[in-house]
Design a protein around this ligand. Sequence first.
Ligand SMILES: C[S@@+](CC[C@H](N)C(=O)[O-])C[C@H]1O[C@@H](n2cnc3c(N)ncnc32)[C@H](O)[C@@H]1O
Length: 220
Amino acid sequence: MRTDDTARTADGVRRGLSARWFAWLLSHGEGFDREMYGAWKRDLLGPLTGTVVEVGPGGGVNLPYYDADVQWIGVEPNVHFHPRLRKKAAELGLDADVRSGLAERIDLPNASADAVVSTLVLCSVNDLDAALAEIRRVLKPGGVFVFIEHVAAPEASRLCRLQRAIKPLWGVIADGCRPDRETGRRIEAAGFEDVQIERFEAEMPLPVVRPHIAGTARKA
Ligand SMILES: C[S@@+](CC[C@H](N)C(=O)[O-])C[C@H]1O[C@@H](n2cnc3c(N)ncnc32)[C@H](O)[C@@H]1O
């Protein structure tokens, strides 16, 4: 169910009042993001080298964690984030290429990325399996997929029932987010090798988005 005014073109470009509002909202939560995920991001994003493709970078909260020598490509469907991403990357001295597009259809050649990054995005993509297949396709052999995502609570838990009950409303207020997605299980089934997943509870004000996973998966 989607009742907003967000316009989506065939190639996934999103603009409109609700896309603009979401861009504004997300661009003002950087301190909170650092508190919640800073330690994970330093560990997981800091060591990346070469060509790093980030899907759904939003307002660019991850940019400060990258080494200044990476070639960063951001694939972001919400065009209202683009000026901020370019400005922030320039301030950090990062070589950045900001593009429209979707994780499900990344406009890059096979085996062209040393790393692909997704933080708090896979809950929102329409076709998760297609997105994971695309991430694998663009990675070089030996390349790494890095993720931090909020996920479904354990099956049959009270929180899982709440996540399922609230999903239709949540999708409308949180830009298509599905709080009950079993993203970790789907990453494990997506054909990567050496999948390392850690579960943790983020101290979110709303329990529905507290269960998280963070980790890496390598392309053979
Ligand atoms: C909750 S925000 C997370 C932004 C950022 N990664 C972060 O950690 O703050 C979700 C982001 O995913 C983007 N997004 C939604 N659907 C997408 C898709 N199918 N492919 C790529 N990005 C998508 C949204 O535009 C938004 O920037």
